[in-house]
Design a protein around this ligand. Structure first.
Ligand code: AVJ
Length: 320
């Protein structure tokens, strides 16, 4: 994948970023690991499996909203438009939009997972012959530089799945501001935002009965063992998901079931029984709360599309 690698973000090589972030996270008084590292090939596959679990409503509800309202979302998108997707993963939802776009200049999926980008391109190229797909292997939480020939064109941003929820509100505002710059001039962003709801339903979505989310969470330790010579015993940690009502967020943890020492990249880390590693936050919003964040990032919220049960929302943001 020479072209994608050429356009990879000029930051720390992914392997170094992983090593540095893991050692730093495990050295903190309250141990934590960045959720962006969930998505190695195994993690991406486990996430796809999560989206098929009955408790995990966000994906299928959002797909319903996108399918029912795609034409409205694409109003104004011309033939020379560039569709830019942040954290594209499998690009499954993108197919709904692409299926309603008569013409498009290019689709630029941005993702940290090389395997996900390659698989998505293969599938989309087979279904949409002639579609110009420009892969961008990069971490979308950093400023993104689009290929120079695409930068001056009108751009439609797509950020589904409520991945915005992984960022604390101040960071979410910073990220939305950076996206506005990437999509300028006159950019538009279609973004998925999971809504606040019954706590039992929220927690169940992050702790499904089949244990797929637990496997997804524990896979992070398997990745450390694999890539950083870790000695994590996956049986000695368990998955936990809680909802923090004051913060309005789901928190995911890995909990040590006993006192134990673990080696990572030649360094020893001690875990007390019941000690936790924070692995993900997923903020949930009301429509009004999300609009405040979008406006603070310089966006003007226009239409909002929701499902009849008010479980999930898709927002249209335009740059003034
Ligand atoms: C891909 C970040 C949107 O937070 O709902 C699913 C990831 N974590 N189950 C989410 C996830 C646990 C998901 N996002």
């Amino acid at each position: 994948m020479s072209k994608a690698t050429e356009r990879a973000a000029p930051f720390l090589r992914q392997a170094d970023d992983f090593a540095v972030s893991v050692l730093e996270g495990l050295s903190r008084p309250k141990k934590s690991l960045p959720c962006r590292f969930f998505y190695d090939a195994q993690g991406s596959a486990l996430f796809e499996d999560i989206t098929r679990q009955p408790e995990y409503y966000p994906t299928r509800v959002e797909v319903g909203i996108l399918t029912a309202n795609a034409m409205q979302m694409l109003e104004g998108a011309l033939g020379e438009t560039v569709l830019v997707e942040f954290g594209s993963g499998s690009s499954i939802k993108t197919e709904i939009l692409l299926g309603h776009m008569r013409r498009l200049h290019a689709y630029v999926p941005i993702d940290i997972s090389e395997s996900a980008l390659i698989d998505a391109r293969e599938r989309l190229a087979a279904r949409f012959s002639g579609l110009n797909i420009e892969l961008l292997l990069a971490d979308f939480s950093h400023p993104i530089e689009l290929p120079p020939e695409l930068a001056p064109r009108p751009k439609l941003g797509f950020f589904p799945g409520s991945t915005i929820g992984n960022f604390v509100p101040a960071e979410a505002t910073r990220l939305l501001r950076a996206m506005r710059e990437t999509l300028s001039p006159r950019g538009k962003l279609i973004i998925g935002v999971d809504l606040k709801k019954d706590v039992r339903q929220l927690v169940a979505a992050y702790d499904d009965a089949n244990g797929v989310t637990a496997a997804f969470n524990l896979n992070l330790l398997a990745r450390i063992n694999h890539e950083l010579d870790g000695t994590f015993d996956l049986q000695a940690f368990r998955h936990a998901a809680t909802y923090e009502p004051f913060e309005g967020r789901i928190e995911m943890y890995l909990v040590s079931v006993k006192d134990q020492d673990v080696w990572v990249a030649g360094r020893k880390f001690h875990f007390r029984a019941a000690e936790t590693i924070h692995t993900e936050s997923a903020y949930k919003y009301t429509i009004e709360e999300f609009h405040l964040i979008a406006q603070a990032a310089g966006w003007t919220p226009l239409r909002v599309w929701k499902d009849e049960l008010n479980l999930f929302s898709v927002h249209e943001l335009v740059a003034p």
